[in-house]
Design a protein around this ligand. Structure first.
Ligand code: NDP
Length: 348
């Protein structure tokens, strides 16, 4: 079977083509070992595409201080998987069960049964919902709003990356579950802005428009916003610093605008706003909230069932050959997804 490993850590945009001197990834054939006791043979069906993977494949002073160890050349690329159990020697997991794990870019593999989590049935929904609405995406949006923004009914919020996985979840939860008075979404095209309004934003702004900063200020006036949920960093964060209310909060969730550039360079000309307006900026990593998973899943699954949080609408599912997995992942950085970007490499 095949797996995809890191060949060379990229310095800028990953080089997706295989077999060059500076290719970021390489394909490798691996032999499957026979199963020992309490092991399972997995067939990967779905792969989660996460901007964070770009940070994991870069080893520098920033990743040394990161929240997971960097992936080194020769290592398999880490990713969230949903897989089908083809064979099992575990009494707890039957053949045919769908399981979730962080196995990475691999077609099939043998792992200890305790390394995988069987997925509950969600009739009528694709299992990839456990990456999106009922997975890391939904939980990031929920805890980001509840614990980091400390969001209260009737407050207002700006969300960047609003047509992406996390951002579209924040828009929907803020509006329909946390009952925001006003949600302003920021996304990279007019088409995406239309969709962001459809799912719950009162206003959606295209950050590629030449009038973006003024449009943002106008949209936030007269009272400005209680919270900014930041998925992108960079110049959009810089602009948003100007429109958060006095004593407002910024949930620093992601900084995708800098992931393929020099992460040590960031020009926040409006930093002074944090001082004058006594803003609180709090970074967070979803891993810190995993012990409260049940709480989030309860809220999120009720919201899905009540139609307040769309699971299927908020997903871009790409059927792909295994070789093209890195190419699909790169769509994240070109804005070629709405909602959660999921790759499917085999039939269910
Ligand atoms: P998304 O689906 O939001 O990511 C892809 C989207 O990001 C694209 O569709 C594109 O939308 C936007 N984007 C890409 N490049 C840029 C750019 N240069 N400037 C502005 N926007 C850009 O993925 P996720 O929801 O998984 O992740 C969103 C953010 O949240 C990431 O920064 C990620 O690292 C972070 N994150 C953090 C977590 C945590 O625990 N703190 C957990 C999960 C995610 P557009 O067309 O609008 O530009």
């Amino acid at each position: 079977v095949k797996e995809i490993i890191l060949a060379n850590a990229p310095t800028g945009l990953p080089v997706i083509e295989y077999g060059k001197n500076n290719s970021t990834f390489a394909l490798r054939e691996v032999e499957l070992p026979s199963l020992k006791e309490d092991q399972v043979l997995l067939q990967t069906i779905f792969l989660s595409n996460d901007p964070a993977q770009r940070g994991w494949i870069q080893k520098d002073q920033i990743s040394e201080r990161g929240y997971v160890p960097p992936i080194l050349p020769g290592d398999r690329v880490r990713a969230g998987n949903i897989a089908k159990v083809l064979k099992s020697t575990s009494s707890l997991i039957k053949e045919g069960t769908l399981v979730q794990s962080i196995s990475g870019w691999v077609e099939q593999q043998v792992v200890d049964a305790k390394q995988v989590t069987p997925l509950p049935d969600m009739p009528g929904f694709s299992p990839s919902i456990f990456f999106g609405a009922l997975g890391g995406t939904g939980m990031t949006a929920y805890f980001g709003l509840k614990d980091v923004c400390k969001f209260k009914e009737g407050q207002s919020i700006i969300v960047s990356g609003a047509a992406g996985a996390t951002g579209s979840a924040v828009v929907q939860l803020a509006k329909h579950v946390f009952k925001a008075s006003r949600v302003i979404g920021i996304a990279g095209s007019e088409e995406k802005c239309e969709w962001v309004k459809k799912i719950g934003a009162d206003v959606a702004l295209n950050y590629k428009s030449p009038t973006f900063v003024n449009d943002l200020i106008e949209a936030a006036k007269p009272s400005y916003v209680d919270c900014y949920f930041d998925n992108v960093g960079g110049s959009i964060l810089n602009a948003c610093l100007r429109v958060v209310k006095r004593y407002g909060r910024i949930a620093a969730c992601g900084a995708i605008s800098s992931y393929n550039g020099d992460r040590s360079q960031s020009t926040l000309d409006n930093w002074f706003e944090i001082i004058t307006n006594r803003l609180t900026v709090q970074g967070f990593i979803i891993f810190d909230f995993l012990d409260r998973r049940d709480e989030a899943i309860q809220v999120l699954s009720s919201a899905v069932k009540e139609g307040k949080f769309s699971a299927s609408d908020g997903e871009t599912l790409v059927r792909s050959s295994f070789e093209k997995v890195p190419e699909v992942w790169m769509r994240l950085f070109r804005g070629e997804n709405t909602g959660k970007l999921v790759t499917q490499i085999a039939d269910l």
